[in-house]
Ligand binder design. Structure first.
Ligand SMILES: C[S@@+](CC[C@H](N)C(=O)[O-])C[C@H]1O[C@@H](n2cnc3c(N)ncnc32)[C@H](O)[C@@H]1O
Length: 214
């Protein structure tokens, strides 16, 4: 089924929005309590990571642990990632997106990341050659995403089984301890990939102008 076009210009700015510099960055969406974000930035001081989490308690837990560990290359953000991406990110700015164990949305398949019109916008923010890591413990979620990559997004990817010893996130630890199969897709944006948002500049906190009735 074709996916309708994302209405980026209609996105309201997240509360307390702060703009970011147009330098290369990595972005984690749905970072939870920040275990992966803290590990990644400690292990890769050469990368800047912005870790976005919508749920306040989880964001606060990430922020507290970040204050203890003090990574200079990590910026936790409390926001819904969809409007935040539209307002903050520049075209082709992102080296790597991490989406680790997203909500499976069992009753709302249209809300899964690769089924959303927003995914095209996300792709426009990725550098040529940039990657998206999408991990899940639900084989059907991975299979559906894989099919969307083939049918709709026409993007190359590799599928990997996550080692039983991996411990990148709280959810990953829980699922692997239960003996569940955890998998990830590593998606790459080809150099010649085109989206309808490639020239769309970040809204930088501006809200859409309401259309006046004549
Ligand atoms: C199943 S949890 C996984 C958390 C973490 N990645 C992990 O593996 O432990 C999914 C997380 O995504 C967050 N989330 C879902 N939709 C989001 C959105 N649109 N923007 C930001 N965070 C979102 C939820 O609040 C939740 O913390």
């Amino acid at each position: 089924m074709p996916i309708r076009q994302f209405q980026a210009q209609r996105m309201h700015a997240p509360r307390d929005f702060q703009s970011i510099q147009p330098t290369p960055i990595c972005v984690e969406i749905g970072a939870g309590k920040g275990k992966h974000a803290l590990l990644f930035t400690a292990q890769h001081p050469e990368f800047q990571l912005i870790a976005v989490e919508r749920t306040r308690e989880k964001f606060v837990a990430m922020q507290k642990q970040h204050q203890i560990e003090g990574q200079q290359n990590l910026s936790p953000v409390h926001a819904d990632a969809i409007p935040w991406v539209v307002h903050a990110l520049h075209p082709a700015q992102v080296q790597h997106f991490f989406i680790l164990y997203p909500n499976p949305e069992p009753h709302n398949p249209a809300q899964r990341w690769l089924n959303m019109p927003f995914f095209e916008f996300l792709l426009s923010r990725l550098q040529p050659g940039g990657q998206i890591t999408l991990a899940s413990n639900i084989p059907e979620y991975i299979e559906e995403a894989q099919q969307q990559l083939i049918d709709v997004w026409k993007l190359p990817f590799v599928k990997e089984k996550i080692a039983a010893t991996s411990a990148r996130t709280h959810f990953e630890i829980k699922y692997l301890e239960r003996g569940e199969l955890c998998q990830q897709l590593i998606i790459t944006k080809p150099a010649d990939y085109v989206t309808r948002f490639d020239d769309f500049q970040p809204l930088q906190g501006q809200n859409p102008v309401k259309e006046q009735a004549e």
